[in-house]
Ligand binder design. Structure first.
Ligand code: SER
Length: 359
């Protein structure tokens, strides 16, 4: 397994699915279009909902994207743990009524074992409890032994987020090794310790859930897969935390240099460095997508991220405005995949600088 950088993994994923007939689309904006159920895009499939439901015709029946996402329910845990973040990128391949399980599963396996070269013996999968079709494909087509195909219930293996397209799913896990585990005799796939990490979710999108909770069958079955880029990079680079992944660490180290502290030297400082590193990425992309700090909705999320970053900056002794300078490093690392942040860099920095009590 090669220690691929985050930018390389992203590119390998998108070109692999292009080679399987997918149209590569740029990330959609973080601001949802015509979707009142969402404040911010929180999954790769979120901007594609109208294509799944048939409300709109997709530009191709096969699409692949790397989607910028924001999820804030765990915002208070960011910094305190190695894995929580509010900003992340999600790689995905999607079929709108075109291919289904018998293509999606072997392609996922081909990508992880042949392109990323993850060692097969470290890989496990889960399927939805009664999904015998997925079982047969993992077992007969891919060749996984039965003990490596774990059946799980609705809580784990049925993907839905609020209303909209959803369905049973199959997840791929990486075993980071016994030394990372809790050591309990029951430890295995699904254990919440750090040993078995789920990194790719293949959703067999067959239903459209309505506000009353009914699962209405979609006219044709679809595929929606999601692989957290930061998470797969953590695995490939054999590090313990998303903040140690090459690109992200570049930002953490820069903030550390500004503050005259080193990441890893002091637990309290590390919390601050992680919060700032996470939040500045979200802030950069939100402003780039036209969001401004305000007292409500998306603007409030942005304001909160800015305030938290400032507060943790103060804890590091950064009293003068500093955050807008970190935008330069974010842009350096991300401009290859998101050229728009390069074009809007001065604007983004100005918005951060101009807010009252700038940070
Ligand atoms: N929708 C699924 C997820 O977000 C797969 O893309 O995990």
């Amino acid at each position: 397994m090669e220690k691929l950088g985050m930018n390389e993994i992203r590119e390998k994923y998108l070109s692999f699915f292009e080679s399987k007939g997918h149209l590569r689309l740029p990330s959609f904006s973080l601001v949802p279009k015509n979707d009142k159920s969402l404040l911010l895009i929180n999954a790769g499939m979120a901007p594609l909902k109208p294509y799944f439901t048939g409300k709109e015709i997709p530009p191709s029946k096969r699409v692949t994207t790397c989607q910028k996402c924001i999820r804030t329910p765990d915002i208070d845990r960011v910094g305190k743990t190695a894995r929580h973040g509010t900003f992340f990128e999600m790689l995905g391949n999607f079929s709108f009524g075109d291919y289904f399980k018998k293509e999606a599963i072997p392609w996922a396996w081909e990508f992880v074992t042949k392109v990323l070269e993850l060692p097969e013996e470290r890989l496990w999968v889960t399927i939805y409890e009664n999904d015998d079709e997925a079982y047969e494909i993992w077992n007969k087509v891919v060749g996984l032994p039965p003990e490596k195909i774990v059946r799980m219930g609705k809580e784990d293996n049925f993907w839905e987020i609020g209303t909209g397209p959803c369905g049973p799913c199959s997840e791929i896990y990486f075993d980071r090794g016994e030394d990372k585990g809790c050591g309990k005799p029951t430890c295995g796939v699904g254990c919440d310790c750090d040993r078995f990490i789920e990194f790719w979710n293949l959703v067999f999108t067959q239903f459209d859930k309505d506000a009353e909770g009914n699962y209405n069958p979609l006219p044709k079955p679809n595929i929606d897969t999601g692989m957290g880029l930061e998470r797969i990079a953590t695995i490939m680079q054999e590090v313990d935390s998303i903040f140690d992944v090459d690109v992200i660490r570049g930002i953490t180290d820069y903030v550390g240099e500004m503050a005259g502290v080193k990441y890893g030297d002091d637990k309290k400082n590390d919390v601050s460095l992680r919060v700032i590193t996470d939040h500045i990425r979200g802030v950069t992309f939100m402003i780039s997508d036209g969001i401004l700090p305000s007292n409500e909705g998306r603007g409030y999320v942005l304001r909160r991220l800015l305030r938290r970053a400032a507060r943790y900056g103060k804890l590091l002794g950064l009293d003068r405005p500093f955050l807008y300078n970190v935008v330069d490093v974010v842009v350096e690392h991300y401009k290859g995949a998101y050229p728009e942040i390069q074009e809007r860099k001065d604007y983004i920095k100005n918005v951060i600088k101009k807010r009252r009590g700038a940070v």
